[in-house]
Design a protein around this ligand. Structure first.
Ligand SMILES: Nc1ncnc2c1ncn2[C@@H]1O[C@H](COP(=O)(O)OP(=O)(O)OP(=O)(O)O)[C@@H](O)[C@H]1O
Ligand SMILES: [Mg+2]
Length: 294
């Protein structure tokens, strides 16, 4: 079942900045959909349009079958948003943030108490429940912001760079939680600059570049489409220390064999690496060297 549908979507901000142009895609129920792109590419703009916080200028978008322009009120009870660079209320405790968010989202006090405990446990926040948010580390504050979005058990979750500032274990606990949510039927759209994160999480990804679709497909397709199934680094020959290593992208076993033979012949160290999404990303958007139109 299609949960998000976007057709020919565009956004021009007052002042004339074209942040999005002709973007179309859909997201099925239970998917994690990753939105990637350089700074200023239009990710936050797209996410905010889908979260009914910002109106598109052309095209259509719907969430759970409701149009974002004509029917935003039908969408809002079913979604939650982790905005980019959100901050908690510094003079409230983490417990109060979560507990009151449960009440705001319509839970009874008894239910809210139980839900607060569960969400705080899941995100490793329980032991910090009574501190002031001001006294939490940056990563714990970010976890608190994510926890606030989790309380509603949303059908669709929009997260704008959710794991920024988290330590590696914190990031993994967020990944596990997101996967857990999709297993229960939630649908997730997230933006990230961490390509390892997108590689682990994304069922589908959209790479936007200057507001336009640069790539839409799976992680494997992103890597395959750009011909980077494997990378080979060939170090310079001894005595040629100042030369840069060669980076090769063989596309067949014959080419791999030829590289190995050349490495042996020229006595050069050869390292094989699986291509990463980062390689594909750089290929896809790396051609655009101008700084974003900010
Ligand atoms: N409120 C606004 N008014 C005018 N222009 C804006 C506004 N918000 C964003 N823009 C412009 O729209 C473009 C896209 O911005 P957006 O915030 O969507 O990018 P992003 O992909 O989220 O970038 P980042 O990775 O830095 O978060 C940029 O050129 C930005 O300057
Ligand atoms: Mg952004």
């Amino acid at each position: 079942m299609e949960v998000v549908r976007v057709e020919g979507l565009g956004k021009t901000y007052p002042g004339g900045t074209k942040a999005l142009e002709g973007v179309s895609f859909s997201i099925d129920r239970g998917e994690i959909f990753c939105l990637l792109g350089r700074n200023g590419a239009g990710k936050t703009t797209l996410l905010r349009i889908l979260a009914t916080q910002l109106k598109p200028t052309v095209g259509r978008a719907s969430v759970l079958g409701h149009d974002v322009l004509t029917d935003p009120r039908a969408i809002r009870p079913h979604i939650a948003v982790v905005p980019q660079e959100a901050r908690p209320q510094m003079l409230l405790s983490p417990y109060d943030h979560i507990f009151y968010m449960c009440l705001i989202r319509g839970r009874s006090r008894a239910d809210a108490k139980e839900r607060t405990r569960k969400v705080m446990d899941d995100l490793g926040l329980w032991e910090h429940r009574d501190k002031l948010a001001a006294d939490l580390s940056g990563g714990l504050r970010q976890r608190l912001i994510i926890a606030m979005a989790m309380v509603a058990d949303p059908e669709v979750l929009f997260l704008d760079e959710p794991t920024i500032g988290l330590d590696p274990l914190g990031r993994r606990s967020v990944w596990a939680m997101l996967r857990g949510l999709t297993k229960k039927g939630a649908t997730i759209l997230l933006t990230t600059h961490y390509l390892d994160e997108a590689e682990v999480l994304a069922d589908h990804l959209l790479i936007v570049d200057k507001g336009r679709t640069a790539f839409l497909g799976t992680v494997d397709e992103a890597k395959g489409d750009t011909g980077v199934g494997m990378r080979v680094i060939m170090e310079p020959a001894a005595g040629n220390g100042s030369a840069a290593p060669e980076v090769l992208e063989p596309k067949s076993s014959e080419e791999i064999l030829a590289i190995v033979e050349r490495g042996l012949r020229e006595k050069r160290k050869v390292t094989f690496k699986p291509a990463s999404l980062e390689d594909a990303f750089i290929k896809i958007v790396g051609g655009s060297i101008e700084v974003e139109n900010t």
